[in-house]
Design a protein around this ligand. Structure first.
Ligand SMILES: [Zn+2]
Length: 278
């Protein structure tokens, strides 16, 4: 069983052989995916404080559990540090494996459509609502447990995929797309609190639902045909929260599921594990 599968099975207490070399021992008992787009959880030793990842303060729960994650473009090395109760410094150097992304190279630049006056007028307020939603701290506890798939089906676009136009990289795909018919149920992948429920479709995302799972980890579900929950509502893992659709900028019905941790974009395949057979 590799680290990813073990993580998906929720067997977090098992000692993990590090996927990549770690220097400084393993004072934080980390388990997870040490690669770009991956997520790991750990345990702060009793009395330890001032946890930092690459110099940035990281929250930990009252029981010492914490979560860290690695952006799609994370650097090859990350440094985790804390202070022990006796004043000694604890540190661990993490090797973050690079991924090979699905890149398609196109010879010429795309014809960029001139944004409509309507788009230009509406977009700033939409972006402001997304930013405000991500800033909300709800105390949700879903970050602690294994994640489940919000829906299962054919994966039509992988996380991280990118088109290169005449050598100019376009924006990469920030989530995973699952092709499903309109109306297929979407379930909460983990416990959370609804931080955005936009049933008046956004220009790009369409009907957009966002969940906070706590500790800076959030999910976004795009293009929904229906949203079944309200902002501020607590949802349980597996609860139906909406339905697949093709609202916003979508060529056909599908679920786009995005995961973010404090600005880092994560690969749902590394967080939820291999999709179960349907
Ligand atoms: Zn997508």
């Amino acid at each position: 069983m590799n680290a990813r599968r073990r993580f998906a099975a929720g067997l977090l207490a098992l000692p993990l052989l590090p996927r990549a070399a770690r220097a400084g021992g393993d004072p934080f008992a980390l388990a997870g995916s040490f690669e770009q787009g991956g997520i790991a959880r750990g345990q702060l030793p009793p009395g330890a404080t001032a946890l930092r990842l690459d110099g940035q303060p990281i929250d930990s729960a009252t029981d010492g559990r914490f979560l860290i994650a690695f952006d799609r473009d994370a650097a090859p090395v990350a440094r985790l540090e804390a202070m022990r109760a006796d004043g000694m410094a604890l540190s661990e150097t993490l090797s973050i494996a690079a991924r090979s992304w699905n890149l398609s190279r196109l010879d010429r630049l795309p014809k960029v459509p001139v944004p409509s006056a309507e788009f230009a007028a509406r977009r700033p307020a939409e972006l402001a609502r997304i930013v405000a939603a991500r800033a909300r701290q709800t105390g949700a506890q879903g970050w602690r447990g294994a994640f489940a798939w919000p829906a299962t089906g054919r994966i039509s676009t992988l996380f991280g995929s990118q088109r290169i136009y005449a050598g100019e990289p376009g924006a990469y795909h920030s989530g995973i797309d699952i092709a499903l018919p309109t109306g297929a149920p979407v379930r909460a992948p983990a416990d959370g609190v609804v931080i955005l429920a936009a049933s008046a479709p956004f220009t790009l995302e369409g009907n957009l639902l966002m969940l906070d799972h706590g500790m800076g980890l959030s999910s976004a579900f795009l293009h929904l045909s229906r949203i079944d929950v309200r902002e501020g509502e607590a949802v349980r893992q597996g609860q139906v929260i909406g339905a697949v659709g093709a609202t916003g900028r979508a060529t056909g019905p599908h679920l786009h599921w995005g995961l973010m941790w404090r600005g880092a974009r994560l690969d749902p395949l590394l967080v939820a594990g291999a999709m179960p057979a349907r």
